[in-house]
Every structure is written in structure tokens, then in C-alpha cells.
Design a protein around this ligand. Sequence first.
Ligand code: WT7
Length: 631
Amino acid sequence: MQFQITDYADYHYQYQLSITQPEAFWEKIAQTFIWQKPWSKTLSWSFTPFDVKWFDGGMLNITENCIDRYAQSQPDAIAIIWEANDPNEASRKITYKELAESVAAYANVLKLHGISQGNRVAIYMPMIPEAAFAMLACARIGAIHSVVFAGFSAQALADRIIDSECKLLFTANGMYRGDKEINIYAIVQEAMQHCPSVKTVLYEKRTAAAISLQPNREYWIAEELKKVSAVCATVTVSAEHPLFILYTSGSTGKPKGVVHTTGGYMVGTAYTFSNVFQYKQGDVYWCTADIGWVTGHSYMIYGPLLCGATTVIFEGIPTWPDAGRFWQVIDKHQVNIFYTAPTAIRALMAYGLQYVQPHALNSLKTIGSVGEPINEEAWQWYAENIGKNNCPVVDTWWQTETGAIMLSALSGISPLKPAHAGQPLPGVQPVLVDNEGQEIHGNDVEGNLCMRFPWPSMLRTTWGDHERCQQTYFTTFKGYYFTGDGARRDENGLYRIIGRVDDVINVSGHRFGTAEIENAINEHPDVIESAVVGYPHEIKGQGIYAYVITKKPVIDESAFVSAVAATVTKMIGSIAKPDKIQVVVGLPKTRSGKIMRRILRKIAAGEVTDFGDISTLLDPTVVQQIVANKK
Ligand code: WT7
């Protein structure tokens, strides 16, 4: 791509330019895309109140940029390589020309069912190319997609559909995950009891599971595709038109719908994809994230396709049929760039090198990490055994809200330091602030990670509740976007993310609010109150520890613990199941009724001696009682 940084001097030059002349910097990058009408104002912004617009007045369609232009210039180049869950099932290769046709046909099916610009469409699908077709089909006609991770429960799916009033749901009859077959149909049927906004459900046929379709409401996509053509004109939208909503957890209440818009997101994901991974034409790129998370949006679909790349979509899991599955897929498809999460690296590391050794892995050029802090040991293992000490490890820090990578080394260009995300990408202005909101200058310092200037791919609002967006991100430290993370800036200015400083926990790279899990636990009829904290977990990064007060003494503890776990699975999904549940008689509360989570975190982490000042507690003896029965 024209905007690819070439060496470290160029990085410094571009970075300086992006700070001193941000508008001129981003204009040049944005000009490399197809716009139906040029923008009139590159940037207008305020953080108090929060109101940011990039490329305002510009008109475009993102699919012209990630599909049509490549379907013309390189029609036979492979856009998507799909690898099935089962290694014995044939993989699929989809060219840019075929992608164009499929997306157009899917878009026509949407239109056939009355979907038009601005309507919300939910996508609850396995990792199959059709999930990408569904997303891009929405974008083609200006509909707003809301992908829900297919591991979420019926209740969680319904919550998200209700919040954004989706009119249509793309889903499948079933899905495969390792040796399991999951009945998505049953989950969807349950969710649909609560979703009056949904008028149409479209099913992809992924498994042999028979399903019964409700007339005039539920359809097989394959049947609908027979009715439409493979040509679909784009709907041109404004740069600030919402492209998608993606729900993510925060420290309070229900997950919120992060809203990303079209122009800025396009520019940001393409720029960062090209630069961080140093993608060269013909490279095969594989991001293992699920399409239900932002990484699956920005770095499995949009970023790579905007750069005309070949992107691998993998349906399976890293440990089935055995723990060599990732490495086997890398060799099979000659993957050059591999991007995964620390939790997967740690899990595979624990299985031992015998699963790595049979695989050459010599196609790899760059390996990346995302989603949670990568500990030094995992970083080294990854660099040595997967990268063969020959591939830069790019540790990319970003968030659902940032849309694109913010802090990272650029492969082969920037200095690498284990467990450090490194330097900001051009256009990113990170600052560390103390708890009073004062900027901490200089190096070798630690603080709350904030941004002091907008970037094109940042969120614009949270769906239906702008005030919540203001409160969550722009109120803690006035004048800044607050990430929720604590970070260190080392003596050379490289950033290291320490972890969340709010009530958000990161379990295997999945983000949950402690309040969200507590609310789920409290749905159990015998629970009066609960408190959830994270604790260090060898594989997951953080585990979930729940302290629970019950209405009556628990007689069969293991049955109770299973029942609480089942409640969480029902309300959110099994990914949010507590690792440890301790029944307690009381929680450490201050006189004003606030739970002192600091103490609960310490106990969960196994630090049971020094609790600091607990004199403000209403009843300090509960602490000893909790310690005595610690899990
Ligand atoms: C939170 C965002 C970014 C896509 C996947 C997660 C943590 C993310 C890193 C990293 C240390 C990281 C942060 C962040 N995080 N990447 N490279 N090093 N921590 O997106 O679900 O929105 O979660 O994940 O705590 O705030 P998300």
C-alpha cells in the first residue's frame, strides 16, 4: 500500500507529521481510497462534550474499497482461505471476484427481506465465509451489522438484539467446535421469544441438523440466494454513517454497543493492518480471532480486505484434533503472518513442544499477539518456537472502542521488547495521567493510559446512549479518552500494559464487567448478593472468582456451585462461568455499603496476610472468615 512505512526513520518522520499536522497526515492516507464524494472537513472534534467527526461530508461505500477495486485489479487473487473445524473437510479458497459476487447476492437477499440503509442486522454465526459475506452485504447497502459471538447464550443474544432493535438475524442451523456439534437453532429459537424487532431469520446450513422453519419468517439462505442476482449496486453513505455496532463489557451495567462509523474506521484499520504486519502483496495472513470480537472485524475482515490481502478464516479450535492444529494449518496454507492471543499461546505452550516439532513453520515472517498482556515467558516461547527467532513478535494493544491497533511495534521496523506493546502508531497520542488527572511526563513512569487526541477509527458513541459513552470514556479524566488500562512507559518510551484499573476483567482475552457477572449470579434464586473479582490464572490470564452470599445455609455445596455456574451460562454464556465460587456469610463492606474489592482481589490471588487499612470496614471479622474458607 502507498502508506506503508519503510524503516524506523520513516516511522519517526511519519509519527512527527501525524502529531504536528494530523489533518494533513490522515488526508493523504484517506486519499488512497475510493470516495464517491470528497470530504469537506477532515476533522472536527471535542472530548467535552464528546463529538468527533472525521472526513465529514465525504461519501463512500467501504465494500468498493475492500472488494470491488480488487475484484477489478486482481480478480483471481485469493481473498479468503477457509479452513474447516475438521482437518479432513476440504478447505475453500474464495477469490476477490467470487467474494464480490457472494457479497452482492447476500446484499440482494437482505433487500428482498426489506432491509435498507440504517437498519440493524444481527449476525450470530459460526466461523464460515458466509459470516463475512453477511457483514459485507450489510455494509454494501448501508445496513448496520451487529455481530454477536456465537458462544454467547440465548439471553445474551436477545439482550443485544433488543438493544439495537435488529430487524433481521443471520444465523446457522448448527456449528462445529472441536469434537462438539452445537445446536445454534435451539439457542436462536429461545432468543427469538424475546425479540419482537426481528422480522426475518436467515439460516446458513452448516451441519446436518434438521430444523423446522416458521413460514414467512425463517428461511434457508441457500433458497433465498436462488431468487437474486450476483450484482448489487452499492449504497453510498456518508463517512460518519455507522458501519457496525459491537457490544462490549464495561465496569457497570449491561454491555454497551460500541458504534464505529465508515470512513474513519476504514482508513484506520487499513493503515494499521498494512503497517503493523508489513503486509506484502501475496502474503497469506491468519488472524485466529472469532468474528464476534473486534479483532475479527478489524483484522480478519476489514483491515486485510481493504489491503487486498489473503485472509484465513479458521472454524476450529487450537486443541482439536490435537494441540498441533494451529501449526498444521500454518504449514498447510503457508501462512506468512500469524496473529493470535496470549491465552492460546500459553495453553499450547503447556501441551509441550512435541506438538510444534512436526511442523516446519518456515513460511512465517511475522507473528502477533493481541487481547491481553502477554507475559514474558509466553512471549519468549512464541518467539523461539513458533517464530524460530526469525519473526518479529508484534504485541498489539488496542480495544473494541479504538477500532484499530494503537500501540505496537511495526514488524521488522521498531525495536522489540518482551511483554511491551511498544510505541504508538502514527496518529496516536497516548498519555499517562495520575489519579488526579495530571499528565505524567518523562520516561520510566506509570499511570492511567489515556489519549489526548482523536484518531479516525475511534468509537463515536454507544448505541442509543451517548451520555453513557461520555461518562464511560471522557469523564474520569477530563479532556482525555480514558482506556481503563494502567500502563508503564519504560526508560526508552516503550509502553507496557499492566492491565485494567477498572472493574473489568479479561478472561482468555474476553472482556467482562464484574457487575455483569454478579448480575447473572444474582439471578440464582438462592443468592442474596455476590462479588466477582479477577485473579491471576496461568492460562486464561485472569480467572473469575465469585464470592456469594446465600439466603439459607448451603447443604450440598458442589450442587450449588454447579447451579450458580449454570445460571451464568444461561445469562451470558459458558465463557463467563466463574472458575471459583466461594459461599460466604458476609462481604467486606465499608460503613457506606461499598464492597472493598481490593481485599477480595487479594484473597483471590492468594495473598492473605497484609490487607492494609481495614478499619473502615463495617465488620472486619468477615475478612478472616473469607480467608479461612478460601478456594
Ligand atoms: C482490553 C480491550 C483489542 C482487541 C481484543 C480485545 C486488553 C488488548 C492488549 C495487549 C495488553 C491488551 C486491554 C484492553 N488488551 N490488547 N496487547 N496487551 N492488554 O479487545 O475486548 O475491547 O479489550 O484488552 O486491557 O483495554 P477488548
